[in-house]
Ligand binder design. Structure first.
Ligand code: HEM
Length: 464
């Protein structure tokens, strides 16, 4: 047995300075993986954590029979009740919300949301068309407006109207504050935050209150103006647990509302932004994706049945999430009923004890060249085409939506939205970088997005 490698930590701060990086903690961790290999350990926030970054280990740790999710501190919502994302697997609140909400995100309800998605996507296209060919804008901000408005319209029948304002909606500003600080706080010892963090803590509480207030506004509006439709908000408010017949208590409703508003837009906005950087920086892939849309849809209206038929675009989205998974880290541990257990990795070289948080660096693991090939770092949608002979192998280590019962509940929603928007943009615009020498850098909160992605959108000829 060998000691798990990793840098020596300092008293109080542990390895905080080792993982620090100007592009965020994720890049810091990925850099340490380059130095110490696919398994290394750090002490952060006073606790030991193991970081894992090979494709085989990713497959091992996403086996739900062996490992469970370690919930993050971010997105924990109201004081006691934790929303779906932040709740532990043994929390009765998670089980209740999971049973009530899962049917609301099945293929049929998501299919019914297509027109709502189109409504918001059309707003984006109209705005770009009106702004003109020379208008320069941050693509990531536009996709954030789009995805926030889409989740709110499709699941809560609420319009944020983000395209009618130059500024980001206050919900987005508050969310960025909360996610950035909770990510940072997770790596600091409690004493350090108590002594040095009073200003940041105050801002964190202020931002949390803003999100709470907006969630309450949406809930109260629905309670005062009830509508008879089976959307997610009605499911949250009135849905009965099929096991117990109970409905959710108010505190849990609010936590889940905030969870959906955040988880339902942040990641999809990043996915669309990374997709376009990848396509623009690999012009052959851009042409292929556009040709596919032109051949299948032409200048007509995109219909729900087109989405599955856009094979290359589906593959390009899968490939984007492989090279830049927008929820870049998930955490696992040995379940509590196996308290004395440990896990052996790397041909028996290391033992990982129970109750150690195991952080899976998804982007690094999904770019493991020993599994995905020498060109693993390159954006190559062909790799993710269903006709590729290695497709099943590639998909076995493709985990951008997590795994098992804790996998993303909104995967179908995100996929439909991303396909529709990408197809609509390809059909109507030529997107180009303002600075052709742009080098991709990420901006990290709980999720990742491209930083300073300034583009122009030129209306294509023959399209109105
Ligand atoms: C969970 C990724 C879109 C709602 C997750 C997890 C990942 C993920 C990796 C598991 C986290 C973990 O194990 O700790 C993504 C990506 C998306 C996306 C990459 C888009 C490209 C969405 C959307 C919604 C959503 C659109 C809502 C409509 C959630 C919720 C959970 C979750 C509620 C927690 C599920 C549970 O534990 O029961 N997502 N997500 N996500 N996601 Fe998503």
């Amino acid at each position: 047995m060998e000691a798990i490698p990793g840098p020596y930590g300092l008293p109080l701060v542990g390895n905080l300075f080792d993982i620090r990086h100007e592009d965020g903690f994720l890049k810091g961790a990925e850099h340490l993986a380059d130095i110490y290999g696919p398994v290394f350990q750090l002490t952060l926030g006073g606790k030991k954590a193991i970081f894992v970054s090979s494709a085989e280990l990713l497959k091992q740790f996403t086996d739900e029979k062996q490992f469970v999710k370690t919930p993050p501190t971010a997105l924990s919502g109201g004081k006691g009740a934790k929303g779906l994302f932040a709740a532990a697997g043994d929390d009765p609140d998670w089980h209740q919300a999971h049973r009530i909400l899962t049917p609301a995100f099945g293929p049929l309800p998501v299919g019914d949301m297509f027109e709502g998605m189109r409504d918001v996507a059309n707003q984006l296209c109209l705005k770009w068309a009106r702004m003109g060919d020379d208008h320069e804008f941050l693509l990531t901000d536009e996709f954030t407006r789009l995805t926030l408005d889409t989740i709110a319209l499709c699941t809560m029948d609420y319009r944020f109207n983000s395209f009618y304002s130059d500024k980001m909606h206050p919900f987005v500003e508050a969310m960025i504050g909360v996610l950035s600080y909770s990510g940072k706080r997770a790596n600091l010892p409690a004493l350090y935050t108590k002594v040095f963090g009073s200003g940041e803590e105050a801002k964190f509480h202020e931002d949390s209150l803003i999100m709470d207030k907006i969630a309450h506004q949406i809930i109260n509006r629905r309670r005062q103006n009830p509508v008879d439709k089976p959307d997610m908000l009605n499911t949250l408010l009135h849905g009965k647990d099929p096991k117990t017949g109970e409905i959710m208590r108010d505190e849990l409703i609010t936590s889940n509302m905030i969870t959906f508003l955040i988880a339902g837009h942040e990641t999809t906005s990043g996915l669309l932004s990374f997709l376009f950087v990848n396509l623009i920086q690999n012009p052959k892939t851009y042409l292929k994706a556009r040709e596919e849309v032109d051949q299948l849809v032409g200048t007509g209206t995109i219909q729900p049945y087109h989405l599955k038929e856009l094979k290359y675009l589906n593959a390009a989205l899968r490939e984007t999430l492989r090279v830049t998974p927008t929820a870049p880290v998930i955490s696992k541990k040995i379940p509590d009923h196996r308290k004395d257990d440990f896990v052996t990795v790397c041909d028996g070289r290391y033992h990982i004890p129970h109750d150690t948080s195991i952080k899976l660096l998804l982007g690094k693991a999904m770019c493991d060249s020993s599994y995905f090939g020498e060109d693993a770092h390159e954006f190559n949608p062909e790799r993710m085409l269903e006709t590729n002979p290695n497709f099943d192998k590639h998909m076995a280590a493709w985990k951008p939506f997590g795994n098992g019962s804790r996998a993303c509940i909104g995967q179908g929603f995100a996929w439909q939205e991303a396909l529709l928007v990408a197809a609509l943009v390809l059909q109507n615009f030529d997107i180009s970088l303002v600075d052709p020498s742009y080098v991709l850098r990420v901006k990290q909160t709980l999720t990742i997005k491209p930083r300073d992605l300034l583009v122009k959108a030129k209306l294509r000829k023959g399209v109105s």
